[in-house]
Design a protein around this ligand. Structure first.
Ligand SMILES: Nc1ncnc2c1ncn2[C@@H]1O[C@H](COP(=O)(O)OP(=O)(O)OP(=O)(O)O)[C@@H](O)[C@H]1O
Ligand SMILES: [Mg+2]
Length: 220
C-alpha cells in the first residue's frame, strides 16, 4: 500500500509575470516502509516536492494522497492532526521555535498530544544524537548541526508513519551525520517508518531502497 502518492503534480510559480514550472507532471508512489532518496541539483525542485507530498503546500495541478486520503484540497484543520501524528518533517532551515529550549522544541509535538512521557522521550532522543548537554540551550545558542539534530528529534518523537527530511545530514560532520542517520534507520526498523530523504550523500543513497533524480521538473 502506498503511504504517499503524487498523481501528475505540477507546480508553477509566477515571478514578475513569468511563469516558472518547477515540477512538471510528476507522479510518484512511496510504499509503506520504503526508504526513498530524492536527488537533483540546487533549484531542481526537491524541497518543493517534499512540501507537496507532506501537504505543506498545494500543487498547481494534480493530486496528492496520504495514506490513501486525498489531501490536495484539505484544509489546515484537516492537515493539523496529520502533521502532528502521521508525518515527521525536517526542514532544510530547521524551523525551531526560537522561544523554546532544545528540549522543549523536541517535546512540543508530544505535548500537543498530551503524551505523559513527552519530557522523558525528548531527553532520550537528544541523548541519542549526542545533545544531552544542550537541552537547555535556545536555538540561537546552538550550532547549525545541533539545530539540525534537534529538528530531527522533534520530527520523530510522535513515531510518525512517514518522515520527510530535507538534507538532514547536510551540515553535519560524518560522526553526527551517522548519529542522525542511525536514528532514522532505527525508527524505520522499529516502526516500519517510511523515509523520504533529500540528500546528496552517496553513502545514504547506497543504503536506500530507491533513488529518484529531479531534472527539468521531472523525475529522470
Ligand atoms: N515561493 C517561491 N516562489 C517562487 N519561486 C520559488 C519559490 N519556492 C521555490 N521557488 C523556485 O523553485 C525552484 C525549486 O526550488 P526548490 O527549493 O524546490 O529547489 P531544491 O531542489 O530544493 O534546491 P536546493 O538543493 O538548493 O535546496 C527554484 O528555482 C526556486 O527558485
Ligand atoms: Mg531544497
Amino acid at each position: 500500500m502506498p503511504v504517499v502518492e503524487a498523481r501528475n503534480i505540477t507546480k508553477t510559480y509566477t515571478i514578475a509575470n513569468r511563469e516558472i514550472r518547477v515540477l512538471d507532471d510528476v507522479s510518484l508512489s512511496v510504499a509503506e516502509g520504503e526508504f526513498l532518496v530524492v536527488e537533483g541539483s540546487s533549484g531542481s525542485g526537491k524541497t518543493t516536492l517534499l512540501s507537496l507530498l507532506s501537504g505543506l503546500d498545494k500543487p498547481s495541478s494534480g493530486r496528492v494522497l496520504l495514506e490513501e486520503m486525498d489531501i490536495t484540497e484539505a484544509s489546515e484543520d484537516d492537515l493539523a492532526p496529520l502533521r502532528n501524528e502521521t508525518i515527521g518533517f525536517v526542514f532544510q532551515s530547521f524551523h525551531l521555535v526560537p522561544s523554546l529550549t532544545a528540549l522543549e522544541n523536541v517535546m512540543f509535538p508530544a505535548e500537543i498530544r498530551r503524551d505523559p512521557q513527552a519530557h522523558d522521550k525528548a531527553a532520550e532522543l537528544l541523548k541519542r544524537v549526542g545533545l544531552q548537554k544542550r537541552s537547555d540551550n535556545y536555538p540561537h545558542q546552538l550550532s547549525g548541526g545541533e539545530m539540525q539534530r534537534v529538528a530531527m528529534c522533534r520530527a520523530v518523537i510522535n513515531n510518525p508513519k512517514i518522515i520527510f527530511a530535507d538534507e538532514p545530514t547536510g551540515n553535519l560532520d560524518s560522526e553526527n551525520g551517522k548519529a542522525v542517520l542511525d536514528l532514522l534507520l532505527e525508527f524505520k526498523k522499529e516502526h516500519q517508518t517510511t523515509l523520504v530523504l533529500v540528500t546528496h550523500s552517496i553513502d545514504i543513497a547506497r543504503i536506500a531502497d530507491r533513488m529518484i533524480i529531479l531534472k527539468d521538473g521531472r523525475i529522470s
